[in-house]
Design a protein around this ligand. Structure first.
Ligand code: SAM
Length: 214
């Protein structure tokens, strides 16, 4: 994501009712924070927020948390949710590396990863959000029967992710290497900002849905 620092972004998200401050105790308390016991789905690397905003509008019966590392990007996502008066989305500005501090064991029902940063250098492989290290974290916070959905146009990252599922003992439930031409898997697909940009260039979009094996 091209990052333009927006002056005041950090302060604006700091006072928004849609953004949970990093220092807030929220593990095990998401139902309290939303004010209801609906199931919890999270998106990691939310970016400018189109995906989570549209998804949340379609599914008022689900609570969504968008996690994004950068204030300037999160600000845009926050504005989308505010403008559409959506009440089932909250955000956190944080590095997903620390995700286990903010969600309790078995608290999350679904995880979305969309066009995650590829970290192409081998020495940075652990930072990839589909790495074994991240899958081990997701396994803890996912509820029994929960799953993870990942989309990208980056074939190297996708192949890496597929390989990591085996190593981390996850099961592939569904997979496609050309989402937009896969009628079944594409049904109800919500395009992200990156998805629109890269599919317009003719890049096929890969997607998998996976769950922990045991
Ligand atoms: N998901 C959006 C989309 O598909 O349009 C944005 C994709 S952009 C390539 C990746 C986003 O993930 C960026 O906004 C980046 O700041 C965020 N990100 C990357 N690593 C992250 C991490 N470890 N924790 C939280 N956010 C992260």
């Amino acid at each position: 994501m091209r990052l333009r620092n927006i002056p005041g972004a950090r302060e604006a998200i700091g006072v928004s009712e849609y953004v949970i401050p990093e220092e807030r105790e929220c593990a095990g308390k998401w139902s309290e924070l939303f004010g209801n016991g609906q199931s919890l789905h999270i998106e990691i690397g939310t970016g400018k927020g189109r995906f989570i905003t549209e998804l949340a509008a379609q599914h008022p019966e689900v609570n969504y948390v968008g996690i994004e590392k950068y204030s300037s990007v999160l600000l845009k996502a926050m504005h989308k949710v505010e403008e559409n008066s959506i009440s089932n989305v909250l955000f956190m500005r944080m590095d997903a590396e620390h995700i286990l501090r903010y969600f309790e064991k078995n608290e999350v029902e679904r995880i979305y990863l969309n066009f995650s940063d590829p970290w192409p250098k081998e020495r940075h492989a652990k930072r990839r959000l589909v790495s074994r290290e991240f899958l081990d974290r997701y396994r803890i916070l996912l509820k029994q029967g929960g799953h993870l959905e990942f989309k990208t146009d980056n074939r190297d990252l996708f192949d890496f992710g597929v390989g990591q599922t085996e190593i981390a003992r996850w099961e592939i439930m569904e997979i496609t290497y050309d989402l937009h031409n896969d009628e079944r898997m594409n049904a109800g697909n919500i395009m992200t900002e990156y998805e629109e940009r890269f599919s317009a260039k003719g890049n096929p979009i890969c997607k998998y849905i996976i769950r922990p094996k045991d």
